[in-house]
Design a protein around this ligand. Structure first.
Ligand SMILES: NC(=O)c1ccc[n+]([C@@H]2O[C@H](COP(=O)([O-])OP(=O)(O)OC[C@H]3O[C@@H](n4cnc5c(N)ncnc54)[C@H](O)[C@@H]3O)[C@@H](O)[C@H]2O)c1
Length: 429
């Protein structure tokens, strides 16, 4: 089928590359010319494992191309996916300006029937708004359908997730749109849930908020564990064996970050409020999350007494492993706090450094973890990159001025760290 994907960020690029790999003809569109130039040259503007291979295959089989021209993509595709960003506004509402701009450009270029699919995470009823605006602009002269097809991939394993979804959700208002979207997803062997637009939109809000809630729940439990001498990791394991609960998303730590959970929880609270429901449960989820940053700083202060003039090495900057995405990464808030309190901050991350430099220019960046720790007063682990699980603790101990580890992701074995002479503080252990 002929598809286009408008917005080639973390979601759009993976969507475009995977659809092309499945045999569709795909046009990826972005308004960012530099991004499109890089993609036309076969370079990925984001770090996502496996993406460059998919881009190369797409180009080789002439199934994937990139342009800045939305009108051309609309002319040449049967189905148009919108995957532009929907960041948070100050109020917590999602900023749908980019979605509205794309809808307008689509309306201006619409000549034949098209299915216009919102894949961006948008407030419930955005689909209706897109439809109303396109109707206003076209005067109803061209038939079209709006559909909602929320995306559930995780950065860092987005290609695998896209190719092996647990389910596909399609919100539609016509059989024609349903048929076309079923054709798009024909290669997939998973449940396809067909709903109306609002239900599909709400499934995404409800899913992300639920996952964030699981994280905040275990973080709240971690706070109790610290007070009573229990180990939250084992508590999570004990809970996780229960099929009704499940072990996933029960990792206590410095809290969730990234481009989705913080903004999607805030947006869901606002959506519920607008609809007349006070979603206090989710407000508390966000509050518990912020508290985890504070807890980590408290652990650091317990070990170092004061932070002023202490040299603190942060290992891990990205909001999670296998991505270079720094949006709402806990590292940003933790490092800003350390700098405010007068600490000297050094940092190492295997891939996120270029993005981190833009946000945190006064940090000293290193190419590898051990040099970053030489002479430092404490190590703070903020991203669970696999390489940090294999840190040579003996070597680390010999390099550091004070043997302090604050493990914001509970990735090290406390007994082993202590046996190497470290003051070790995890989260809820
Ligand atoms: N990042 C994730 O893992 C993830 C997962 C599921 C859902 N989502 C949702 O998907 C959406 C996109 O997220 P993302 O992380 O890919 O965002 P992103 O910021 O990485 O990418 C958005 C892209 O859209 C482009 N863009 C903006 N306005 C445009 C316009 N008018 N025309 C063409 N291109 C335009 C930007 O230049 C950018 O490249 C968001 O709503 C997000 O909540 C993200």
């Amino acid at each position: 089928m002929r598809l286009s994907v408008i917005g080639t960020g973390y979601v759009g690029l993976v969507t475009a590359a995977c659809f092309a790999d499945l045999g569709h003809q795909v046009i990826g569109v972005d308004r960012d010319e530099e991004r499109i130039r890089a993609l036309q040259a076969g370079r990925s503007p984001i770090f996502e494992p496996g993406i460059e291979e998919l881009l190369a295959r797409g180009a080789e089989h002439r199934r994937l191309r990139f342009t800045t021209d939305t009108a051309e993509a609309v002319r040449e595709s049967e189905v148009i996916f919108i995957t532009v960003g929907t960041p948070s506004l100050e109020s917590g509402d999602a900023d749908v300006t980019a979605v509205a701009a794309v809808a307008e450009t689509i309306a201006e270029s619409l000549r034949d029937y098209r299915v216009i699919v919102e894949k961006s995470t948008v407030p419930v009823r955005t689909g209706e708004r897109i439809r109303d605006q396109i109707m206003l602009l076209t005067g109803g002269s061209v038939p079209f359908d709006i559909a909602s097809n929320p995306e559930f991939t995780r950065e860092g394993s987005a290609i695998y997730d896209f190719m092996h979804p647990d389910r596909i959700v399609i919100g539609v208002t016509s059989e024609r749109a349903e048929r076309l979207l079923r054709d798009v997803y024909r290669p997939f062997d998973c449940p396809i849930l067909v709903t109306n637009l609002a239900t599909a939109e709400l499934i995404k809000h409800a899913s992300n908020a639920f996952l964030a809630m699981k994280i905040s729940y275990i973080n709240a439990v971690a706070n109790v564990c610290e007070r009573v001498g229990a180990d939250v990791k084992l508590v999570a394991e004990g809970m996780g064996h229960d099929a009704r609960i499940g072990r996933a998303f029960l990792n206590a730590g410095v809290g969730y970050g990234g481009s989705c959970f913080p903004k999607d929880v805030a947006a869901f609270v606002r959506i519920a409020h607008e609809a007349g429901y006070d979603f206090r449960l989710l407000q508390e989820v966000a509050r518990v999350n912020e508290g985890q940053r504070e807890l980590l700083i408290r652990h650091l202060k317990d070990a170092l007494w004061v932070l002023s003039h202490r040299v603190v090495t942060v290992l891990g900057l990205a909001f999670k492993p296998n991505t270079d995405d720094m949006r709402e990464a806990p590292s940003v808030c933790v490092i800003e706090r350390l700098l405010r309190e007068g600490a000297q901050v050094r940092a190492y991350d295997p891939v996120a450094e270029p993005n981190a430099r833009r946000l945190l220019p006064s940090v000293a960046y290193y190419d590898e973890p051990y040099e970053a720790c030489r002479g430092s007063d404490a190590v703070v682990l903020l991203t669970e990159w696999e390489e940090f699980q294999r840190l040579d603790l003996m070597r680390l101990r010999s390099l550091m001025r004070r043997p302090v580890i604050v493990d914001g992701r509970n990735i090290l074995d406390p007994a082993k760290a202590r046996a190497h002479g470290f003051h070790y503080a995890g989260m809820g252990r």
